[in-house]
Design a protein around this ligand. Structure first.
Ligand SMILES: Cc1cc2nc3c(=O)[nH]c(=O)nc-3n(C[C@H](O)[C@H](O)[C@H](O)COP(=O)(O)OP(=O)(O)OC[C@H]3O[C@@H](n4cnc5c(N)ncnc54)[C@H](O)[C@@H]3O)c2cc1C
Length: 500
């Protein structure tokens, strides 16, 4: 599949040609490769991955305690049973993904250390030309494909988000972002301040607290958590009954999704009751004398940000034991010795960990062009959060916030395979989405409604993301329960699809 040619006596760089090019070998990209081989055998494809191995999120993040915050019955693929405790470590997730690659012979399709720099669409030959830089040799490799399956996630893997606080340069200790955790970081006996109280802090703090002199979680405002046992009673019962693992996987997924649907519905219909339940769960660990009002009573409605599941309430146990504590305040400035807070209080530290989130990136920091013109994604309108007006032969896998990401990766894989089959049946080489005449007056809005979901990384990058329309088909509804029925029923001959 390699083409070479000469241009003015000079040997042109070899181009490898494929039907489909998958960007990224995280949970979405490996899933895409699996579905393509099963649903479209014979389709030629390659997966390009910038990192040295598969896993994406679960390869990049190496801080102590790194684990999922949702259950693996639903974060796992629908086609491969999860057979252990619901919350899994990064290592367990990578092992599971490695088995998917091995059992389905996907390894030969994946090229690691290939960072895609540009993707150019040419309407004349209906193909994308992709240039990737090898991270080991610096060499540029060229590929071409008819269809781009964007599984590059939603944040920049090379660097996490650290706000620019005054005085940071004065601090004489170490400042570490969990996304680039130094392997040799010695925190034993040290005073550690963790800035941020999201899922990362909740995972990291219990993992290091026992070894540190003390860990202080410094948060501007509180977060919701769901403490609970890292077990699934239904799965355990079914295992005792020696039910087949494939059945257990399916049954437990359905039960979890059923319960999550009810919880999500309640958090919109009776947010105050849900809020009190969540806070009550934390109080049960910390006791009646702890100042829950200040440190664990969020100012937002439940589900406006992801809610982290805390296995066995481990972070609360750390707080109860005195090895960890929470300070709710704002940073005024960094000092030589630590952090001076707006209240005037000072926190001394040897190590400051900035668990302050990600830098969202739109479509993998790739320079896109369509017929020689730079593509500005924020000028496009999204079709169901997966395709974009005026962008041919491209689907982006952007999962769910309120349900496991992989549920959508599986659903979109079915959609892409169906779309490719449909194109083949129609003899089409190109498909894009376009607003229909009835959408002409539709109001265009930012990618997501901040009233609905508003984590910092999304708010910071909203201006870079495609627009959303008022109608559900022109937005990422974030609603798995609706999409599981709607996506398979999409009429591919609908007027929003334009073939060529
Ligand atoms: C610490 C942490 C915990 C999380 N826990 C959960 C959870 O429990 N449940 C849940 O649903 N979600 C969770 N998430 C969200 C999580 O990122 C997604 O669920 C999921 O892992 C995303 O998978 P992905 O394959 O789409 O993207 P990623 O995991 O981000 O992988 C994308 C891959 O694409 C590659 N790539 C990107 N750009 C390029 C390029 N230009 N060229 C080549 N390769 C490129 C990257 O190197 C990466 O390997 C978590 C996120 C984090 C950071």
């Amino acid at each position: 599949m390699t083409a070479t040619g000469t241009l003015g006596g000079r040997v042109e760089q070899a181009t490898e040609n494929f039907d489909v090019l998958i960007v990224g070998a995280g949970i979405s990209g490996v899933g895409a490769a699996y579905h393509l081989t099963k649903q479209r055998p014979g389709t030629s494809f390659v997966v390009l991955e910038a990192l040295d191995s598969f896993g994406g999120t679960w390869w990049t993040h190496r801080y102590p305690g790194i684990r999922s915050d949702s259950d693996l019955y639903t974060f796992g693929y629908r086609f491969k049973p999860w057979t252990s405790a619901p919350i899994a470590t990064a290592e367990e997730i990578r092992k599971y993904m490695g088995e998917v690659i091995e059992e389905n012979d996907l390894g030969c399709h994946i090229r690691y250390k290939h960072k895609i720099a540009s993707a150019r669409w040419c309407s004349q030959d209906n193909r994308w030309t992709i240039e990737a830089v090898r991270t080991d040799t610096g060499e540029t490799r060229r590929f071409s494909a008819n269809f781009l399956w964007m599984c590059q996630g939603y944040y920049r893997h090379s660097e996490g988000y650290t706000p620019d606080w005054p005085g940071m340069e004065r601090f004489t200790g170490k400042i570490v972002h969990p996304q680039s955790w130094p392997e040799d970081l010695d925190y034993a006996g040290k005073r550690v301040v963790v800035i941020g109280s999201g899922a990362t802090a909740a995972t990291l703090v219990p993992a290091i607290a026992a070894d540190c002199a003390h860990v202080t979680v410094l948060q501007r405002s509180p977060t919701y958590f769901i403490p609970g046992r890292n077990e699934n009673d239904l799965a355990d019962t079914l295992r005792e009954l020696e039910i087949d693992e494939a059945w257990i996987h399916e049954i437990v997924r359905r039960k979890i999704l059923h319960d999550q649907a009810a919880f999500t519905k309640r958090s919109f219909e009776e947010p105050e009751a849900v809020k009190q339940e969540l806070i009550g769960g934390v109080r049960a660990y910390l006791g009646p004398d702890y100042d829950i009002e200040t440190h664990f009573t969020p100012r937002y409605r439940p589900w406006r940000q992801r809610i982290a599941f805390v296995p066995d309430g481990d972070i609360f146990q750390g707080i109860k034991s005195g090895k960890a504590s929470v300070v709710t305040d704002e940073i005024d400035t960094f000092t030589e010795k630590g952090i001076c807070l707006k209240s005037g209080r000072e926190l001394e530290a040897d190590i400051i960990i900035t668990a302050t989130g990600f830098n969202l990136n739109v479509l993998g920091d790739i320079a896109f062009e369509i017929d020689g013109k730079p593509l500005v994604f924020s000028d496009t309108v999204t079709y169901r959060g997966m395709m974009f007006t005026g962008v041919p032969n491209l689907v982006w896998v952007f999962g769910y916030f309120r349900a496991s990401w992989t549920l959508r990766a599986d659903l979109l894989a079915d959609f892409v395979c169906r779309l490719l089959a449909h194109m083949e049946a129609r003899g089409a080489r190109r498909v894009e989405v376009a607003l229909r005449p009835e959408d002409k007056d539709m109001k265009l809005l930012p990618w997501i409604d901040p009233e609905n979901f508003n984590p910092g990384y999304l708010m910071r990058a909203m201006h870079l993301l495609p627009k959303r329309g008022e109608k559900p088909e022109w937005q990422h509804t974030q609603d798995y329960w609706r999409e599981k029925d709607e996506l398979p029923a999409i009429d591919l001959d609908g007027r929003e699809f334009v073939y060529g």
